[in-house]
Design a protein around this ligand. Structure first.
Ligand code: FAD
Length: 348
């Protein structure tokens, strides 16, 4: 299997992850859950706070994975991708960096792919797992409906765990402010990560030199650990991203080309399950291809099996985002989050 990756390596700073139980279950199906858990920090509950840091609820994170695995894990993207990368290489994947797909064309007995490094090869299947701005989607599905700006941006930054006031381990902490929502999650023995969701009609284009002051200003209303984290943000780790959402209309495949993960369905992070869906897509597709005798029928079945589950996460995450923007009436974030977790406990 050949993999082409546009990035130089898997290092990504400042944007970390919660891997929840259905995601750990999917990772377990390909034998990597234990290594991923060891590279992160176990999380067992979500604690909700008012802006001043007063705890108002502590909701245990639901567990659907094998006994011995924690209900969830906080982890850096670097550590998570590193584990998956090593497992892929050990399984025989050949990964070329700073390379992408230039042309995809159907051939008699396969699909011919021209890469930017000059290689032209024939494959049984091309899997476009290249994220929300997918090049494979652009090349092969030029008329597909595209991800749209969701009305919120997210600020993120890293804070030390071993500072003046060590942060708690084992929970994701949410803070509801009058103006913005913030969250704090421990991702390894040295760091936590704080994020803040900001509703705005259009994404900002700001100079990076202003990031620290702007982020601190947005976090001004928060006290408790969120306030401590604001005052201890690490220089050079702040990032800003506009949130997008979409579910591509079916089918997600055309001949011997299929899209998975964010390329097919991009979600805002309000349920924290975009990476979960991407992992599930890959695991389910791998399992189905392993026993397939008819590629076209298998790809049809794959999309039929995945579509509603992915749409549920995207739709419910979008709804929570809209409530945070003051849209669609009385918010019921906790209920909708619970309903979504109950649905995700079903087999992937
Ligand atoms: C702020 C934020 C917080 C989030 N938090 C969580 C969370 O806590 N838990 C969770 O489950 N999900 C979370 N998500 C969602 C999650 O990040 C995505 O759903 C997930 O990363 C999608 O995985 P993917 O592999 O489909 O795409 P990506 O992670 O985008 O990976 C695509 C890969 O393809 C490469 N690539 C891109 N273009 C090309 C090209 N042309 N050629 C070759 N390679 C290319 C990229 O470099 C990248 O390595 C969050 C998202 C955001 C925005």
């Amino acid at each position: 299997m050949d993999v082409v990756e546009l990035a130089l390596d898997v290092r990504i700073l400042g944007s970390e992850l919660l891997l929840s139980s259905p995601n750990l279950r999917a990772l377990d199906a390909i034998g990597v859950a234990d290594d991923v858990v060891a590279a992160g920090v176990p999380i067992s509950s979500v604690q909700f706070h008012t802006a001043d840091g007063t705890e108002i609820a502590n909701v245990p994170t639901p567990s659907v994975a094998r006994e011995g695995l924690p209900p969830a894990v906080g982890i850096t993207r670097h550590a998570f991708y590193g584990q998956l990368y090593d497992a892929a290489v050990a399984a025989g994947a050949k990964i070329a960096h700073e390379t992408t797909v230039q042309e995809i064309s159907d051939a008699d007995n396969g699909v011919e792919v021209r890469l930017t490094d000059g290689r032209v090869s024939l494959y049984d299947l091309v899997v476009g797992a290249d994220g929300w701005a997918s090049t494979v989607r652009k090349l092969r599905f030029p008329k597909a409906n595209l991800p749209q700006y969701a009305g919120q941006c997210v600020w993120r930054g890293r804070v030390p765990r071993n500072g003046e006031r060590p942060l708690k381990e084992g929970s994701l902490r949410g803070y509801a402010g009058a103006n913005h929502s913030a969250g704090l999650i421990t991702v390894n023995d040295k760091h936590s990560y704080i994020f803040c969701l900001v509703s705005q009609p259009k994404p900002d284009r700001l100079d990076e030199s202003t990031f620290m002051d702007t982020f601190k200003g947005l976090l001004e209303e928060f006290g408790g650990e969120a306030g401590w984290a604001r005052d201890n943000l690490e220089e050079g780790t702040i990032s800003l991203a506009a949130l997008h959402h979409h579910v591509m209309d079916k089918p997600w495949h055309d001949g011997r080309v299929i899209l998975i993960g964010d390329a097919a369905h991009t979600t805002t992070p309000h349920i924290g399950y975009g990476a979960g869906l991407a992992v599930e897509d890959a695991v389910v597709l791998g399992e189905m291809l392993g026993s397939s005798e008819d590629l076209a029928a298998t790809l049809d079945e794959f999309v039929a099996r995945r579509y509603e589950r992915c749409k549920l996460v995207v739709d419910n995450s979008t709804q929570i985002s809209r409530w945070q923007q003051g849209l669609d009436g009385e918010p019921a974030q906790a209920e909708l989050t619970n309903q979504t977790w109950t649905a995700l406990a079903e087999p992937m």
